[in-house]
Design a protein around this ligand. Structure first.
Ligand SMILES: Cc1cc2nc3c(=O)[nH]c(=O)nc-3n(C[C@H](O)[C@H](O)[C@H](O)COP(=O)(O)O)c2cc1C
Length: 209
């Protein structure tokens, strides 16, 4: 087993370190974050840092990189009433989704990367029409992290999903939606159906459902 220490990581060449550390969390979700500036200009960016923070109320977090350089996603959320959307990425769209991470200046990533901005039910941030599962959120809190990144905490206001994604017990069949998972900074994966065990209890070794 190879042993790598904090000192080793600090000494890594920059891109090597970026690749290495971005792989440490394991597989991550693939979401496109949709926002709009107050003048209506739209923005779309791939984020892999989305996480569950609570179910009642429904709260999701995501981490934005240091805002020392302009971050359109963060700025739009702040300027547009805290509204943003998360849009799951299906396997067929991973190239376009990855392309949204390029540094587009004066053109919307919706247009540049081949996605359709879809404004639904009066919500001020655009959804991705091509996504099989989309969520409308409102920024509730932001927590600065010591390294300059910011944890954005949002409450879920709307969910749109294809009918076949919703199982009778409320779990989501993300494989039925052919959703991709992410590893590192540029790996997109096909996911196989899960083994499910239900709620774990002491004295009952988990059995597949
Ligand atoms: C696979 C992948 C995952 C990413 N995840 C995040 C993330 O979680 N947070 C973030 O701030 N940027 C993330 N990025 C970078 C953004 O997509 C990129 O900075 C984008 O240009 C931001 O656009 P904006 O300036 O319009 O907000 C990721 C990029 C890739 C390729």
């Amino acid at each position: 087993m190879r042993h790598i220490t904090a000192a080793d990581i600090t000494a890594f060449e920059k891109v090597y370190r970026l690749n290495f550390v971005n792989g440490l969390p394991g597989f991550k979700p693939a979401n496109l974050v949709g926002t709009a500036a107050p003048d209506g200009r739209t923005n779309l960016a791939i984020f892999s840092s989305v996480l569950h923070l609570g179910s009642d109320p429904a709260v999701l977090g995501m981490v934005t990189r240091p805002t020392t350089v302009p971050r359109h996603t963060y700025q739009n959320i702040k300027d547009n009433g805290g509204a943003y959307t998360l849009n799951h990425v299906p396997l067929g769209l991973v190239a376009q989704a990855h392309y949204t991470s390029a540094n587009f200046e004066d053109v919307s990533e919706f247009e540049a990367c081949g996605f359709t901005a879809d404004f639904r039910d009066g919500f001020p941030a655009p959804y991705v029409a091509e996504s099989p599962l989309s969520i409308g959120l409102r920024l509730r809190e932001e927590h600065p992290i010591f390294n300059g990144t910011v944890l954005l905490v949002g409450t879920v206001e709307h969910v749109y999903l294809r009918e076949e994604a919703l199982r009778p017990d409320g779990t989501l069949d993300l494989v039925a939606l052919a959703e991709a998972a992410i590893s590192g900074l540029d790996g997109y994966h096909e996911v196989r159906p899960p083994v499910r065990f239900g709620y774990a209890r002491p004295g009952q070794f988990p059995q597949p459902l």
